[in-house]
Write a protein that binds this ligand. Structure first.
Ligand code: ZN
Length: 240
C-alpha cells in the first residue's frame, strides 16, 4: 500500500479508537501531518469520528484551506491543527476533544497534573487557554488562524493544553502517541477528581514524569494500540 494510503488508514483507526475510548463523541477530531508534504495535514471532513471512512479524509494547507474539497465540508475548528503544525515542526499529529473529565479543570482553576505513571505522557504541566483573554465573548470555538495561533502559543513546547469551557488538545510526534496522550489525559482527569474526594494528592514529581516519558516508546504505545484497535474493530497495521 502506498505510504499516503497507510497513513490515511491509520488516521481512520485513530478516529475509531478515540470514539471507542470516549475521548471524542459526535464532536472532536484528530489529524496527522502529511507524510510527504510537511506544509499540509490530513483531517476528516466534518463527521462524527466513529463514522469516518478513508474517503472522508481531506488534505489541508497549514492555513486550513482544503486542497481538493469536492463536496466535502471541513470541520470549522480545523485551524487548531494547522496552527499547531505551524508552531511545532516536531508535531506529527493533533487531537482536539471535549471529553467530559477534562472540562471541570478548565473552569475551576484546579490544576490538572499527572498522578499515575501512565498519565506522565500528558506532561509536567497542562496549561489552560482561555479564549476570552484575547478574543472576549465568542462561541468558544477556534474558528480562524488567529485563535489557533494563540492556542498553539499556550501549548508552547508541551504536549497538552486545556481550553476553558470547551475541551483540550494533545499533540504527538506520531499519530499513535497523540492518541495515547489524549486517552490518558481523560483517564488522568477522571482519577484526579476521584482522588481529590479522598484527600490531598501526591502527584508525580517532575523527575518521575521525565523518566517515564523517556521510556514510553513504541514498546508501550503499540501494546495499547493493539488493544485499542481490537476494541474499535480495526486491524492493526505496521506503524504508518
Ligand atoms: Zn472543539
Amino acid at each position: 500500500m502506498p505510504k499516503l494510503d497507510l497513513v490515511i488508514e491509520e488516521l481512520v483507526t485513530a478516529n475509531r479508537i478515540l470514539a471507542r475510548e470516549e475521548v471524542v463523541d459526535s464532536f472532536g477530531h484528530v489529524s496527522v501531518r502529511h507524510p510527504d508534504r510537511p506544509d499540509r495535514y490530513l483531517l476528516s471532513r466534518a463527521r462524527a469520528p466513529d463514522c469516518i471512512e478513508a474517503e472522508d479524509i481531506m488534505e489541508f494547507t497549514l492555513e486550513g484551506d482544503p486542497i481538493d474539497a469536492r463536496d466535502r465540508k471541513p470541520y470549522l475548528e480545523r485551524y487548531i491543527h494547522g496552527a499547531l503544525y505551524e508552531a511545532r515542526p516536531d508535531v506529527q499529529a493533533v487531537v482536539h476533544n471535549h471529553s467530559p473529565s477534562v472540562i471541570p479543570f478548565g473552569v475551576t482553576g484546579s490544576k490538572l497534573k499527572p498522578l499515575l505513571h501512565m498519565c506522565a505522557s500528558i506532561g509536567h504541566d497542562v496549561p489552560l487557554w482561555d479564549s476570552q483573554d484575547r478574543f472576549g465573548d465568542t462561541t468558544l470555538l477556534v474558528e480562524n488562524m488567529e485563535m489557533g495561533r494563540d492556542l498553539a502559543k499556550r501549548v508552547g513546547p508541551g504536549r497538552t493544553a486545556l481550553m476553558r469551557g470547551h475541551g483540550a488538545v494533545a499533540v504527538g510526534q506520531t499519530l499513535r502517541q497523540a492518541v495515547f496522550i489524549a486517552i490518558y489525559l481523560e483517564v488522568g482527569a477522571k482519577l484526579q477528581m476521584q482522588a481529590s474526594t479522598l484527600g490531598s494528592i501526591k502527584f508525580l514529581t517532575d523527575a518521575e514524569v521525565e523518566k517515564i516519558i523517556n521510556r514510553t516508546g513504541p514498546y508501550t504505545i503499540d501494546r495499547a494500540w493493539e488493544n485499542w484497535c481490537r476494541r474499535a474493530g480495526r486491524k492493526m497495521t505496521a506503524s504508518a
